[in-house]
Design a protein around this ligand. Structure first.
Ligand code: FAD
Length: 143
């Protein structure tokens, strides 16, 4: 059974580009092996991640991620069964806020800062659908 899990967390300290690269490379390696796909957004010191795949694999990945000291204040924002994946081509894509995609981040925020903690499941799904639609210009490398 396929599920999607979306959570937010805050960076626990200032993260360097090497920290982000490490997170991304571990994620891509492990997720590929487990058939987990998804996207990781970082904006304003807040991570927003969507994990999708087999229910047990997604739950296992989330519990491992929870133990990571590089972030804190995790909160599950959306969890549901789905019939298909949104991010089938990404073992883990990184999206950081930039001038190019600022409008998209703000479009789905009720405040002037991107605050996924206050977003509904439906709003989050809208945000990730637009991420997928705009993947060509949104996707950023970590450096
Ligand atoms: P490796 O990939 O072999 O680790 C490589 C190097 O990364 C280590 O040598 C070490 O330098 C560094 N490292 C590893 N773990 C930590 C740690 N906890 N703290 C500091 N440095 C560390 N993992 C996934 O598998 N899938 C995900 O989707 C995913 N998403 C993440 C999202 C966020 C916001 C964060 C903070 C982490 C995420 N991670 C994810 C990373 C996860 O928490 C583990 O660090 C990782 O899965 C460990 O993989 P590994 O045992 O294969 O280590």
């Amino acid at each position: 059974m396929l599920v999607q899990l979306t959570y937010a967390s805050r960076v626990s300290r200032t993260l360097s580009s090497d920290d982000i690269k490490n997170i991304l490379s571990s994620s891509q390696k492990n997720n590929k092996a487990d058939g987990v796909t998804g996207a990781l957004c970082l904006s304003n010191g807040i991570f927003l991640q969507i994990l999708e795949g087999d229910r047990q694999k997604v739950n296992k990945a989330y519990h491992k991620i929870l133990a990571d000291a590089r972030h804190k204040d995790p909160a599950i924002l959306d969890y549901r069964e789905v019939i298909s994946r949104k991010f089938s081509e990404w073992s883990m894509g990184l999206i950081t806020r930039s001038d190019d995609n600022r409008q998209l981040f703000l479009k789905y925020s009720s405040s002037s800062d991107f605050d996924p903690y206050s977003m509904s499941g439906e709003t989050l799904r809208g945000f990730f659908s637009e991420v997928v639609d705009n993947v060509r210009w949104l996707r950023k490398s970590p450096d």
